[in-house]
Ligand binder design. Structure first.
Ligand code: ADP
Ligand code: MG
Length: 310
């Protein structure tokens, strides 16, 4: 395929690290992935954001050839899947959501096994293990067996394991689901560090805050399709505007405000105890009394998917 030239520098435009074209995956009558088109540019942290059941994990599993698409084309790091999936796998790091670590082994032993599996040359293995331990902040636990690690440490070990061969591309499926806020923060720091080293990261999440904090580009996935894609701030501007007006009060007052919004064609939704009216910057004098706040990715997400999460 012809490479596109960058008119500014005359350098070759980098091909995407991942591309999916018209990818469909069915489970019986369920269409888990429904004609998915996605291109993940090299060197960015890309967030696949969607509610449970949107098809995120199925998409991730197709990128590692653990699941086979019914139709469509998938390329990872220039390799065509599933034909060249083994070669693609050797060059990417995969951090699964489920912990499949051998509890009798130490951190160092697990990382050493994986270093060999991913063909890190013998003379470089010890260094690779040290580096991975350091990256995941597990140095002092190098010789602790998995059984004795906390949940957060185990998750960090999974990340270290996925990074042992210095992959150019890392896939993380719901990296912080079920973790407490402090451990989540630690993992965010780790993921952010990868991005600043130029590693391409594809991360799925149903945590809006996670996507908003970490991802350079977010693709919102709903019912097996991408419904919007862009930098978080762009998505907010495009789908939720600049400001949201929040109205607090007894149910009758909220119902009246909701009617007013509907009459004027203003987009509104219940948001916790409040009624939220989108694009408050465009409202006229009929707008109910309320508190204005900046629009956020959750507003855009709800506008796009019709789902409230978190
Ligand atoms: N192995 C499977 N067998 C049958 N249905 C599945 C299987 N894996 C996923 N699904 C269904 O496919 C849809 C998408 O699931 P999934 O990719 O896990 O979504 P997400 O990761 O976004 O929560 C859901 O309806 C789910 O129940
Ligand atoms: Mg999932």
């Amino acid at each position: 395929m012809a490479q596109q030239l960058d008119p500014g520098t005359h350098e070759r435009a980098q091909p995407p690290a991942i591309s999916l074209r018209n990818v469909v995956k069915r489970f019986g009558s369920i269409v888990a992935v429904d004609g998915l088109n996605l291109a993940v540019p090299a060197g960015v942290c890309f967030g696949l954001l969607g509610p449970n059941g949107a098809g995120k994990s199925t998409t991730m599993r197709m990128l590692t050839a653990q699941a086979l698409a019914d139709s469509g084309e998938i390329e990872v790091l220039g390799y065509e899947l599933p034909r060249e999936s083994k070669r693609a796998r050797m060059e990417m790091g995969v951090v699964p959501q489920l912990d499949n670590l051998d509890v009798e082994l130490t951190c160092r032993q697990i990382l050493t096994v994986f270093a060999r599996l991913y063909r890190v040359p013998g003379g470089e293995r010890a260094d690779a293990v040290r580096r991975a331990l350091e990256l995941a902040n597990l140095g002092p636990r190098a010789d602790t067996i998995v059984r004795e690690l906390s949940g957060g440490m185990r998750r960090r070990l999974l990340v270290a394991r996925g990074l042992i061969h210095r992959p150019r591309l890392v896939l993380l499926d719901e990296p912080t689901v079920g973790l407490d806020p402090q451990v989540r923060q630690e993992l965010w720091t780790l993921i952010d560090g990868l991005r600043s080293e130029g590693v391409t990261v594809l991360m799925s999440t149903h945590y809006i805050e996670e996507a908003e904090r970490l991802a350079d580009v977010v693709a919102v996935m709903s019912q097996g399709k991408i419904v919007a894609e862009g930098a978080p701030a762009e998505l907010v501007r495009a789908y939720a505007g600049e400001q949201v007006l929040e109205i607090y009060g007894p149910p009758e007052q909220l119902a009246a405000a909701s009617d007013t919004a509907a009459r004027h064609g203003w987009q509104s939704r219940r948001s916790g105890p409040a009624l939220a009216i989108m694009r408050a910057e465009t409202l006229d004098g009929d707008a109910p009394e309320g508190v204005r706040r900046p629009a956020n990715l959750e507003d855009a997400f709800v506008a796009l998917t019709g789902e409230e999460i978190e």
